[in-house]
Design a protein around this ligand. Structure first.
Ligand SMILES: Nc1ncnc2c1ncn2[C@@H]1O[C@H](COP(=O)(O)OP(=O)(O)OP(=O)(O)O)[C@@H](O)[C@H]1O
Ligand SMILES: [Mg+2]
Length: 114
């Protein structure tokens, strides 16, 4: 049960960010693959993208790279996602290009029978 709640925190934040940082009519792609004992989940958008400098800080508490959206939220979402992934035993990576989009890749250790 706790695991489901924690996983929901991850998807909820990543998908909310896509909605927030991608213009209307944009695209969201989610993929799930199993590699060894890990689930690899990627959440990809074609939104505003993240610069290299901003990308260095996005997992820090209260950091918001895009000031035009700073009134929406507190910059806590990705810090929480990172904490949850640490608890579950995994890793998160981001690939992004300004004006092109972002891809968040989660590597999560699978439980028994998963
Ligand atoms: N999919 C995305 N596309 C572009 N920029 C993103 C994306 N996801 C996160 N970011 C950048 O990373 C910053 C931190 O994200 P985070 O989710 O922690 O904060 P937030 O969305 O601004 O606020 P909160 O999550 O508290 O509502 C964002 O302010 C934004 O600059
Ligand atoms: Mg957010």
């Amino acid at each position: 049960m706790l695991r489901f709640i924690l996983l929901e925190v991850i998807w909820n934040n990543l998908i909310s960010n896509v909605i927030k940082f991608t213009d209307e009519g944009g695209k969201l792609e989610i993929s799930l693959n199993k590699v060894d004992n890990y689930a690899i989940v990627s959440v990809k958008d074609n939104g505003c993208g993240i610069s290299e400098e901003v990308g260095k800080h996005i997992f820090e508490k209260f950091y918001q790279g895009d000031t035009s959206h700073s009134r929406e939220g507190n910059g806590l979402g990705l810090a929480l996602v990172k904490k949850v992934i640490d608890i579950l035993g995994g890793e998160i990576f981001v690939e992004s290009e300004l004006e092109k989009g972002s891809k968040f890749i989660d590597k999560l250790k699978l439980g028994e029978n998963e």
